[in-house]
Design a protein. Structure first.
Length: 336
């Protein structure tokens, strides 16, 4: 596929999809698709309510970038990149319904030799075992014969204006060696930090899901230490700073874990573990610690109010900052 022949559709225009669409539109023809018509209308006015992309940046690529909520408008495209949220249900089990529905939608318009790339975080095997089957059903085409797939997990850091999309190394993979090369070349054309091509889609899926699991566990350790140090009447930050004087001590800090990634992705990994009859222990323990930190902090506030003779029943509490990180408007999966 020559550069002039590449036409890309980005499915899902949220925190991941929109920055990707804008970056690709600097070099290729791109259509941004979203089922939310209000989102499409605001983007048509070059306005991003998530504040991830400046209005003038969207405006500067509009010659190559169009927005739509009608999937039929994407039929001339030959590369589809799916950037759909992968939440959990009330039982902390993976909810793949949004991803499945997106696969069905894309399957209705793809044609021979098209490439479908997934960026959504899933457990190893989900892309080929679940998404591909939906593509085949909806399209009537045969996987790795009529159409092909890739997986390149998102590494967007919402609210971060320094470590932006093009400055973060991108993992790439494909359903065949040839497609893996094509997917890698595609991302390499926009990622100045470079790409890291792996041997299979499953390896790429696993690499992504353990990134956030590792971070979740590191935060859980520090959170548990903060509880212990508090009971020992020691200043947690002072202790951490002292320990940090050693070169290999990791600089994590206690706090709430929210947002749509770190507090969710470990459950995708534990789901995969349970499917192969392994009962994960450390990962789930870390999740329990972090999920309970909100309750722990509320208890600390109540205790301090009691110590200060403040009447709890008629008190008003102000929360200063309720998203999972600064400079980000994402309210999803908040443990408040």
């Amino acid at each position: 596929m020559n550069k002039s022949e590449i036409k890309i559709t980005i499915i899902g225009l949220g925190y991941v999809g929109l920055p990707l669409a804008v970056e690709f539109a600097k070099k290729y023809k791109v259509i941004g698709f979203d089922i939310n018509q209000n989102r499409i209308e605001e983007l048509e006015k070059n306005n991003d309510s998530t504040l991830e992309i400046k209005d003038e940046t969207i405006s500067s690529v509009r010659d190559n970038l169009n927005f739509t909520s009608n999937i039929d408008d994407t039929k001339e495209c030959n590369i589809y990149i799916i950037c759909i949220p992968t939440p959990i249900d009330e039982f902390n089990k993976p909810n793949l319904e949004p991803l499945i529905n997106s696969s069905k939608t894309v399957g209705g318009v793809i044609k021979k030799n098209d490439i479908i790339i997934y960026e959504s975080t899933v457990y190893p095997g989900a892309t080929e075992d679940i998404c591909v089957k939906e593509l085949e059903k909806s399209s009537g085409l045969k996987f790795n014969q009529d159409f092909f797939c890739g997986y390149s997990p998102e590494r967007i850091n919402p609210g971060d204006k320094v470590n932006t999309l093009s400055k973060i190394v991108k993992i790439t993979s494909g359903s065949t060696p040839k497609i893996a090369d094509k997917v890698d070349e595609l991302y390499k054309s926009i990622i100045t930090a470079g790409t890291y091509k792996v041997s299979s889609i499953k390896v790429a899926e696993a690499a992504k899901v353990i990134e956030n699991t590792q971070r979740d566990l590191n935060i859980a350790l520090i959170n548990e230490l903060s509880v212990i140090l508090g009971r020992l009447n020691l200043d947690t930050l002072e202790v951490l700073e002292a320990a940090g004087s050693k070169w290999n001590f990791l600089p994590f800090r206690p706090g709430l874990v929210g947002g749509h990634c770190i507090g969710v992705d470990p459950y995708y990994l534990t789901h995969a573990a349970e499917q192969v009859n392994y009962n994960p222990q450390i990962i789930l323990a870390g999740r329990r610690i972090n999920d309970n930190m909100g309750f722990y902090m509320v208890q600390k506030v109540i205790q301090q109010m009691i110590n200060n003779d403040i009447e709890i029943k008629n008190s008003t509490v102000g929360l200063m900052g309720i998203t999972f990180k600064e400079n980000c408007r994402d309210f999803r999966i908040q443990k408040l």
